[in-house]
Write a protein that binds this ligand. Structure first.
Ligand SMILES: Nc1ncnc2c1ncn2[C@@H]1O[C@H](COP(=O)(O)OP(=O)(O)OP(=O)(O)O)[C@@H](O)[C@H]1O
Ligand SMILES: [Mg+2]
Length: 276
């Protein structure tokens, strides 16, 4: 569904040149939930903007459903890192969620239904008439998620969507995303710098090196598809996987690959079965 080939992005201007992404190649299958983890400043947001057609790569290309991305693909939704700036303060919650649907030219009755369903699935039915600035940070982020869901995308890109919410809300939102993914079979590329979150959510974790950025490793997460905050996070396998990701990120910072027993154990493990 997503095919990123030799992606490079160099920002140039004002006498400054930043090579944000050097050479990224990876694919995401239809219906897969892949987490991308990497240190701050390694180019995660840059990568998502290139995938979402908001930035033109310096070299390489991105294909979505086999088609080369030259602008925002029609069946894709993005939840941005800075949710505070992604909602329109002069519009009520329901209008914010409805706005992208107007492009799809669905009937107004259908739009109302999609907005109501999306707000219900993030637990915000009661906030439909409020303005974003009347809501807490976690609620605003749920509005941004509802807006993406109402759009019924085939592909959902999420850029550190829970970085600014409290731990309890974050756990609830993680379960919401996994639940929606399992129900709707959307393809999700989820960016985070939180190793535990990447392992808890993903079916696969792509570990990015620090800048200049390449894919350091791709790791299958062979945890059961049924995950919950209490049991999954204390499972011995969860601890092994998170330790491995942590070591890889440390190695990426030093610029050396990890070649230890765990890597072998992990690469010998068969991939997990897909959820129903
Ligand atoms: N518009 C821009 N113009 C110039 N440089 C930029 C621009 N956007 C990002 N950069 C630079 O590109 C590099 C990667 O930035 P990016 O925001 O993609 O990183 P990130 O991995 O998302 O970081 P974080 O985890 O902090 O969100 C940084 O060095 C940043 O300063
Ligand atoms: Mg970022």
């Amino acid at each position: 569904m997503l095919d990123v080939r030799g992606l490079k992005k160099v920002y140039e201007g004002s006498g400054r040149r930043v090579e944000a992404v050097r050479d990224l190649t990876f694919t995401v299958d239809a219906g897969e939930l892949v987490c991308l983890v990497g240190p701050s400043g390694c180019g995660k947001t840059t990568l998502l903007k290139c995938v979402g057609g908001l930035l033109t790569p310096t070299a390489g290309e991105v294909l979505v459903g086999g088609r080369r991305v030259t602008g925002p693909p029609p069946d894709m939704a993005v939840v941005f890192q800075e949710y505070g700036r992604s909602l329109f303060p002069w519009m009520r919650v329901r209008e914010n969620v409805e706005l992208p649907l107007k492009q799809k030219k669905s009937s107004s009755a259908r739009r109302r239904e999609l907005v109501a369903d999306a707000l219900a699935s993030v637990g915000l039915t009661d906030a439909a008439g409020a303005y974003p600035w009347q809501l807490s940070g976690g609620m605003q982020q749920r509005v941004a998620i509802a807006r993406a869901l109402a759009y019924e995308p085939d592909v959902l890109l999420m850029d550190e969507p829970f970085a600014a919410v409290d731990a309890q809300t974050r756990a609830d939102l993680e379960d919401l995303v996994r639940g929606l993914w399992r129900q709707r079979g959307i393809t999700i590329l989820f960016v985070t710098h939180d190793i535990d979150e990447a392992v808890y959510l993903g079916e696969r974790v792509l570990i990015l090196s620090s800048s200049p950025t390449v894919v350091q490793e791709q790791l299958k997460i062979d945890l059961p598809a049924d995950r919950d905050q209490l049991h999954t996070r204390v499972a011995p396998r969860f601890a092994e996987l998170r330790t491995h990701v942590y070591e890889q990120i440390q190695a990426a910072k030093r610029g050396t690959p990890v070649a230890d027993r765990l890597v072998k154990d992990l690469t010998d493990t068969p991939p997990p079965s897909k959820p129903q």
